[in-house]
Write a protein that binds this ligand. Structure first.
Ligand code: 4AZ
Length: 268
């Protein structure tokens, strides 16, 4: 054994050295092309830009007991947070925190608030069947401004091509990681007829609203769920589902808040 190994030592050394010298350069070389991906990954929520949380003081994120962000939400009353049912359906109130006033997850700004109650719409089964809406009750009220709920009389806000803003800490690209900082993006509302053409029966017109550009490029993504779609100071949608993120011809689908105003208010 020994005899056969020793004569090979120079070869082994050569190969080892070759790896030490060549491997790093080839690694760098193969890491070069993804710089394009890195550019995309610098625009979380897909196609958005960093947002000033002072402009959206009511936007919050939900974190688990380990402090990991898993969804978005919005303060709709001093002790109530609107989010998606699919965000919280499998969670218990004591294990959910609401983080308010913290744009950067790595900072200590703002407040971490405990949750005492989770209400999910009783009709919720899956995002594709509508009623993807939930209201969390905070342990104590916060003194921040709240966002207004769209109501059935805000029909006009759901019109084709209304410019809406989506906010969140979600993924930068379809396979990407969640963002560390709050991002926002502008997306036009897509009419019900148009969205029904894309998603067929999975689109429920009186429970959902779609938004996105025909060519894609800007959208909510994984981790943005539960977060707000707003027009001015009114929340018209809750990030719910979609096919991938920012794909051409595949708009994001949001819970139509105006369809649930009464049920939400009943929790106040
Ligand atoms: C998600 O998984 C998710 N592009 C949210 C929004 C969209 C897709 C996926 C819409 O939370």
């Amino acid at each position: 054994m020994r005899r056969r190994l020793w004569p090979n030592l120079p070869a082994v050394l050569f190969v080892t050295l070759a790896f030490w010298v060549v491997l790093p350069t080839t690694t760098v070389a193969t890491e070069e092309p993804p710089s394009e991906l890195n550019t995309a990954s610098a625009t979380p929520i897909v196609g958005g830009k960093p947002a000033d949380i002072d402009q959206y003081p009511w936007v919050v994120y939900l974190s688990d007991s380990r402090g990991k962000q898993f969804c978005g939400g919005a303060l709709v009353a001093s002790d109530k947070v609107l989010t998606a049912a699919h965000c919280v359906i499998d969670r218990r109130a004591p294990r959910v925190d609401v983080v308010a006033g913290r744009a950067d997850k790595n900072s200590q700004r703002g407040r971490v608030l405990g949750v005492t109650d989770i209400w999910s719409h009783p009709d919720y089964r899956s995002p594709y069947q509508g009623a993807d809406v939930a209201v969390l009750t905070l342990r104590e009220p916060v003194s921040r401004s709240v966002v207004k709920l769209a109501t059935p009389s805000d029909d006009g806000l759901y019109g084709d091509s209304t410019e809406a803003t989506v906010l969140g800490w979600g993924a930068r690209s379809e396979e990407g990681q969640h963002s560390d900082v709050l991002h926002r993006a502008t997306v036009p509302v897509v009419g019900d007829a148009e969205c029904a053409k894309v998603y067929d029966r999975q689109f429920v017109p009186n429970a959902m609203v779609c938004a996105g550009y025909p060519d894609g490029g800007v959208d909510a993504c994984q981790g943005d769920s539960g977060g707000p779609l707003v027009v001015g100071n009114k929340i018209i949608g809750i990030v719910s589902w979609g096919v991938g993120c920012a794909r051409p011809g595949k708009p994001g689908v949001y819970t139509e808040v105006a369809a649930y105003t009464d049920r939400i208010r009943a929790r106040f």
